[in-house]
Design a protein around this ligand. Structure first.
Ligand code: C5P
Length: 239
């Protein structure tokens, strides 16, 4: 399948149309951004690592009953995906308090959240992706109540699966963000699941093994992503 024209380009990925009207090519670039694009850098091999990492996690989730937009890997940094009608919403689950939650509510960093905390955010860079709730979603028509409920259920269902998945690699799944879209009347998990969109801490040392290494200038970003991939049993191909 060849790329036809570029449909959108985000901070780390670009989407291209294909000869198939229901399928897109998602290209993972080396570009890395944080703080709504204020910090940007290209990191060698990030596109390759994240594309293959995402494929592995999406395929794993599909085996556990979470349907996703992922179809197949096309190259080291490209995947074929279904073309969805996306919700402008980010679904976040937190198993430990850190990041924006601690800033917003003055919560102690690392606090275990039981039950896990679920939050909706509006996907809008210009507004800094504000926290929203079901009422905003329904009143502004970003999704129906039923769709919001399904997004929350699927995100929490994925949490049960992924907490164990990462635990077996001696990692704590601290938090993560998912996005959903509709395909032929069905809600599917979209976008990506990579260390760019989640927080992973080593169980023994609590070392950060995710994009906080980039955000906080901790170094060895791609080496660490690769170590996570290796611990999970992935064999990443680099160009
Ligand atoms: O920034 P915050 O602490 O709210 O992030 C919660 C989780 O969601 C983190 O794992 C972060 O990487 C992810 N996230 C994301 N994209 C955003 C906002 C948050 O991947 N736009």
């Amino acid at each position: 399948m060849d790329k036809l024209s570029q449909i959108t380009t985000g901070k780390a990925k670009s989407l291209f149309s294909t000869a198939h009207p229901d399928q897109l090519i998602m290209e993972f670039r080396d570009d890395t951004s944080a703080f709504d694009g204020k910090k940007m850098e290209a990191l060698d091999n990030k596109g390759n690592v994240n594309n293959q990492f995402n494929a592995f996690v999406m395929e794993f989730l599909a085996t556990k009953g979470i349907e996703t937009h992922f179809i197949e890997l096309l190259s080291s940094n490209e995947s074929l995906v279904k073309k969805l009608d996306m919700f402008p919403i980010e679904c976040v689950v937190r198993n430990r308090a850190t990041g924006s939650l601690c800033k917003r509510l003055g919560i102690e960093d690392g606090l275990i959240l039981d039950p896990p905390l679920f939050e909706f955010f509006l996907k809008d860079d210009a507004l800094g992706d504000p926290l929203i709730n079901d009422h905003h979603i329904v009143s502004f028509g970003w999704a129906s109540q039923e769709e919001a409920d399904t997004m929350r259920e699927l995100t929490l269902q994925a949490n049960d699966i992924l907490v164990n998945f990462f635990s077996e690699a001696n990692l704590i799944l601290v938090d993560y963000k998912l996005e959903f879209g509709m395909f032929q009347g069905k809600m599917l998990l979209a976008d990506e699941f990579t260390p760019d969109g989640c927080r992973l801490w080593d169980k023994d040392t609590l070392a950060k093994m995710d994009k906080d290494r980039f955000r906080q200038d901790l170094g060895n970003v791609i080496e660490t992503y690769s170590e996570v991939a290796e611990r999970l049993g992935m064999q990443i191909k680099l160009d």
